[in-house]
Design a protein around this ligand. Structure first.
Ligand code: GSH
Length: 217
């Protein structure tokens, strides 16, 4: 499987992360996203007319959109990373995959303005990002009340992988994660997975602050 990849792209990282967690080997093709804008060149537009990465090529299959790529890789190599056939789980998984696009446009947009000086209304992007984080925090808090750590069912799934990178990188867009204890616990649980890999800005268990739920020892 060939992944058209950019090291600083959280959307590409989602794919690299899932592949690593599943022990699936990817052949990486580095794309000069910035400053080269190679994703807008003829070769990559022929693969993805939308002009975005990641793009996955697996034999005859050419896939775009990170959520679709995660679904594809899990269907092929890790069915237990997908929702079960339970209708509630299927719906929840789909909902979080859609929600992940809101994170991309809001928190990812703020990050591009702050880090790469892309044009955009930083305050509006941050506001949308904070609204999304509040929703996620409320959902994860509710899940914790039922004894669950992850977004769907009773285990980690692609829904968590789809949402994790842009949340973890929110500070790159000057959006603090300090107010969100349930989100931080969830991120720590993802980072603790065997074969978790890093990307610049997302380190293995880099939050070494004490668990907010742990009592004073
Ligand atoms: N909806 C797409 C968005 C991916 C995305 O935003 N990729 C960025 C790199 S992190 C990109 O290629 N942006 C260029 C553009 O969309 O014009 C997905 O989830 O794959």
């Amino acid at each position: 499987m060939i992944l058209y990849d950019y090291i600083l792209s959280p959307s590409c990282y989602k794919v690299r992360l899932l592949a690593s967690l599943l022990g699936v080997k990817l052949e990486l093709r580095a794309v000069d996203f910035h400053p080269g804008r190679e994703h807008k060149g003829d070769e990559l537009l022929a693969l993805n007319p939308a002009g975005s990465i990641p793009i996955l090529v697996d034999g005859e299959d050419v896939l775009t959109e990170s959520a679709a790529i995660l679904s594809y890789i899990a269907a092929k190599h890790g069915q237990n990373w997908l929702a079960t056939s339970d209708a509630g789980e299927v719906g929840a998984q789909q909902q979080w995959l859609s929600f992940s696009h809101r994170l991309t446009s809001a928190l990812g947009g703020a990050r591009l303005v702050e880090m790469l000086h892309f044009p955009g209304d930083l305050a509006a992007l941050q506001e949308a990002g904070i609204a999304a984080l509040r929703e996620l925090e409320a959902a994860l808090f509710a899940r914790r009340l039922t004894g669950q750590t992850f977004l769907v069912g009773d285990r980690i799934t692609i829904a968590d992988i789809a949402c994790f990178p842009y949340v973890a990188l929110a500070p790159d867009g000057s959006v603090s994660l300090d107010p969100y204890a349930s989100i931080r616990i969830w991120m720590r649980a993802i980072r603790a997975q065997p074969r978790f890999i890093e990307m610049p800005g997302i380190h293995r268990l880099h939050e070494l602050a004490p668990d907010p739920l742990a009592g004073d020892a």
